[in-house]
Design a protein around this ligand. Structure first.
Ligand code: ZN
Length: 129
């Protein structure tokens, strides 16, 4: 990567300010595992911001979930930790580049399963598809 300053080219990872990990669960069956994972994330990664529990569906999500927001610098230690400690819970990991639609589709990484998303929840869905 070049050292020169200026606007970042499309696809430049330096455009990623932060990440979200969306942790999905079923309120009837896997909430306990999601809760245990949440407690462990809080203990291991105090710089992560844990969002509210959303038993009711919100935004593009088609399963209950909570969000873990964290700065770019935490990705290195968090990724392998999540691989080893996810305990079967489905997780969507995506960068925050400012393009919500792409961040949840082309830029997204899924752990465990790929869940459908309600992409019409994004205002720019029509333009981006
Ligand atoms: Zn998100």
């Amino acid at each position: 990567m070049s050292e020169t300053s200026g606007p970042l080219a499309a696809g430049d990872p330096r455009s990623i300010a932060a990440y979200h990990a969306h942790v999905y669960y079923d309120p009837q069956t896997t909430r306990g595992r999601a809760e245990y994972l949440r407690r462990r994330v809080a203990a291991e990664f105090p710089q992560a911001k844990l969002g509210r529990w959303h038993d009711e569906l919100v935004g593009p999500h088609t399963q209950s979930m909570y969000q873990v927001a964290f700065p770019s610098g935490m990705l290195g230690p968090f990724l392998p930790w999540l691989m080893l400690n996810r305990d079967g819970v489905t997780v969507l990991l995506h960068p925050e580049t400012g393009d919500d639609y792409r961040d949840h589709t082309a830029h997204a990484v899924w752990f465990g399963a790929v869940l459908p998303l309600r992409l019409e929840a994004f205002p720019n869905a029509a333009a981006a598809s």
